[in-house]
Write a protein that binds this ligand. Structure first.
Ligand SMILES: [Fe+2]
Length: 186
């Protein structure tokens, strides 16, 4: 038998070295605010909003992650300047809350930074794209998902077309992440 594992799905994680300092400034500004106002459903772009300055460094880091992702997986030279942040928002998942399966359509990459997360606050669950095409009955699908623990201070990056969701938050703490869509600069 010859085996060909074609077109793997590339997912990478990075450590944001400025996490501690960023979290401090973020909480100073957003501590008493209803963070749900800054989520995707409200059409918010935090990189263009009133407090865009505090997100500047994080935006630059997202672009660096995108560049390292492309260089690392595709062995092609890439620079952060090849990318632009299309938009970004804050995801707050309260205890017992979760996020339905979705993809970030028409965007090259999606990246999520975990600003505040605890054990059992809801893993990022990535679904095998091959099980989503309707060829298999649900009971025939095995090992069709992979879970990532949301480690505070890290960024996870993956292709925008990849279906994913957030498992229920079983902790007593709000799970706060910042998500962005990354596009290629033309
Ligand atoms: Fe997402």
């Amino acid at each position: 038998m010859n085996k060909y594992k074609l077109f793997p799905t590339n997912v990478a994680t990075f450590q944001y070295d400025n996490h501690k300092q960023f979290k401090e400034s973020f909480l100073k500004i957003y501590k008493d605010k209803n963070l749900k106002k800054f989520d995707h459903a409200q059409g918010v772009d935090i990189f263009q909003g009133d407090n865009k300055d505090i997100f500047y460094d994080l935006g630059e880091f997202f672009k660096k992650c995108a560049s390292d992702y492309v260089t690392g997986f595709h062995s092609s030279n890439s620079s952060p300047e090849d990318f632009k942040i299309a938009n970004g928002w804050i995801n707050t998942i309260k205890p017992n809350d979760f996020l339905h399966p979705h993809a970030h359509r028409l965007r090259y990459l999606a990246a999520t930074y975990y600003l505040q997360s605890k054990m059992d606050c809801g893993n990022l669950v990535i679904m095998d794209p091959r099980s989503g095409v309707g060829w298999l009955k649900p009971e025939e699908v095995v090992n069709d998902r992979q879970e990532f623990m949301p480690i505070e201070g890290t960024v996870t990056i993956f292709p925008g077309w990849l279906l994913h969701y957030v498992a229920p938050n079983k902790s007593q703490t709000d799970r706060i992440s910042i998500t962005t869509n990354i596009a290629l600069k033309k």
